[in-house]
Ligand binder design. Structure first.
Ligand code: HEM
Length: 521
């Protein structure tokens, strides 16, 4: 018979202690889970697989996949995506509960895997928790940085950029070339934001805007990939893909560039040669230097805020404009109706202006309908601040909350023919009785949420609306479009990105309809 050594007994003892500890730990966890919370049930959840959770149920377009799951599991459901879990809200009434009735509990945003590699960690505004820093910056946005008077000061910049856009497309039309509207519109919206933020063109370095755009695009892409890596849980720290390192490198590049532009602005401040018209960077520097400001914002805060504005403002606006053009090109009746409206209000001798928007109801309806079908932010991210009951289910503190506005704005219980592009539903005369005024972009109508709602709602909605209306209005006023060879209609598939981009670039042949720059007018 084999002898049992003292060592064997010791290891056996250790193993038993380990097992006992594991058992006690599991029991304690189970007990905590069973505390009074159990009176309110957790939201329903689909059957899950070990380790993967519900990952196998998610397709490439997240908002669409979640819409499909909500049909079977209800307007509030719980999902586990690998190591990450969240609840999903998919109806107007659940959104109302979270964004209005219990707003204070849902004012923070969750952290994602990308935050680990964020060189401005702790300074972020859009993804910051609800607190003093967020409150201070949001007030600054709404009263100065993105307030209507500040937007008005840059009207000529936006008009100049619309003219550049139209002239560039006229160039393609005259030489019989196709126009890549996706590219044109990305450049256009990036230029508008860059010039309003830091007057890049005015400082003479035309390439800054392009470089910023490339860096911001890379940031969005890498941050998206890293956030998807959250499914790995603690293992994401190992950064298998190397995307974390790549993100840090891109962010440092952005930092260097913004630092340089900031120094130019500071020198002007010191020399007393600040432009009469202050851009966003001037206002931030002024706040940074103001000893009476309610809060001291640091250099890191300013740079992080600027990155947020580029990330939140550039692609969202250009993607919305691309979708509007794509839908209109596929709906020649709507296109003609809009062109006729513009023709009769504006005429052929000048471009549509922002001041025309109040006189162009069909243009406003087209933009509203586009944002209903293709919001550039189809999923609103929030975090639950404390345990609470929503729609009869328990949502625990710290839970990530995804509000699927894509599903809400296509809910057949709320909208007639929800997947149809029908701008008429937003006209005063509409049978759907939606009525323009109820649908203002204030986010208080919970079936229509392209810009979110309440205190945490989009800070750039007014700017976005000016830019999208002016671009769509001008492109429809000046051009008709022919499809590429072999293409019957524009492919309206949605790509996998977080800004609900079109799966394929929008490339068509422009034909000049009206040229407001023709000398003969
Ligand atoms: C069509 C274009 C746009 C759409 C559809 C859009 C949509 C949204 C949505 C849905 C949110 C989240 C709201 C919430 O949680 O309730 C948001 C947040 C935000 N957006 Fe926009 N946005 C657009 C353009 C812009 C522009 C042009 C800017 C600035 C230049 C901007 C700046 C922001 C900021 C700063 C936040 C964060 C607000 C906060 O956390 O308090 N957005 N946007």
């Amino acid at each position: 018979m084999a002898m049992v050594s003292a060592n064997d007994v010791f290891y056996c003892f250790l193993f038993l202690v380990f097992l006992a500890a594991l058992l006690v730990h599991s029991l304690i966890k189970a007990c905590f889970k069973l505390k009074p919370r159990s009176k309110v049930p957790p939201p329903p959840t689909p059957l899950s697989l070990p380790f993967l959770g519900h990952l196998h149920l998610i397709g490439p377009v997240l908002d669409k996949s979640l819409q499909g799951l909500a049909r079977n599991h209800g307007p509030l459901m719980r999902l586990h995506l690998g190591a990450s879990s969240c609840v999903i809200a998919s109806s107007a009434s659940v959104a109302r509960e979270m964004l209005k009735t219990q707003e204070l509990k849902f004012l923070s945003r969750p952290e994602f895997g990308s935050s680990d590699h964020f060189i401005y960690r702790g300074s972020r505004f859009i993804m910051s928790p609800y607190g003093d820093y967020w409150r201070f910056m949001k007030k600054l946005c709404m009263t100065r940085l993105l307030a209507v008077p500040q937007l008005e000061r840059f009207l000529d910049v936006r008009e100049e950029e619309v003219q550049r856009l139209v002239k560039s497309v006229i160039g393609s039309a005259r030489s019989g070339k196709a126009s890549d509207l996706s590219k044109e519109l990305a450049t256009f919206s990036n230029n508008v934001i860059c010039r309003m933020v830091m007057s890049t063109r005015c400082s003479g370095t035309e390439n800054d805007a392009k470089e910023i755009h490339e860096l911001v695009k890379a940031c969005i892409e890498l941050a998206g990939k890293l956030s998807v890596g959250d499914v790995l849980g603690p293992l994401r720290w190992l950064d298998f893909s190397g995307n974390g390192k790549k993100l840090e490198a891109v962010l440092w590049e952005f930092d260097g560039m913004v630092e340089r532009v900031m120094k130019e602005h500071e020198e002007k401040l010191i020399n007393g040669s600040v432009a009469e018209r202050k851009d966003l960077m001037d206002i931030l520097l002024e706040t940074h230097n103001d000893p009476t400001a309610e809060m001291k914002i640091t250099r890191k805060d300013m740079k992080s805020f600027l990155l947020d504005i580029f990330m939140a403002g550039t692609d969202t606006t250009s993607v919305a404009t691309q979708w509007a053009m794509a839908e209109l090109i596929n709906h020649p009746g709507a296109y003609k109706k809009l062109q006729d409206e513009i023709n009769s209000v504006v005429g052929p001798t000048r471009l549509v202006r922002e001041s025309d928007i109040p006189n162009l109801p069909y243009l406003r309806a087209v933009v509203k309908e586009t944002l209903r079908l293709h919001s550039s932010a189809p999923i609103i991210l929030r975090e639950c601040g404390e345990d609470c009951s929503v729609n009869g289910y328990l949502v625990e503190a710290k839970t990530r909350v995804l509000i699927n506005v894509y599903a809400i704005m296509r809910d057949p219980e709320m909208w007639t023919d929800p997947d149809e592009f029908a701008p008429e539903r937003f006209l005063e005369s509409s049978d759907e009785k939606i009525g323009e005024h109820q649908m203002e972009f204030k986010g208080q109508n919970f079936r229509y949420q392209p810009f979110g709602s309440g205190r945490r709602g989009c800070a750039g909605a007014s700017l976005a609306m000016l830019v999208v209306h002016a671009a769509v209005g001008s492109l429809v006023q000046c051009f008709d479009w022919r499809m590429m060879e072999g293409q019957g209609a524009v492919d309206l598939s949605q790509g996998p990105g977080f800004t609900a981009e079109m799966a394929k670039p929008l490339v068509c042949y422009p034909v000049v309809h009206v040229d407001p720059f023709e000398p003969c007018h």
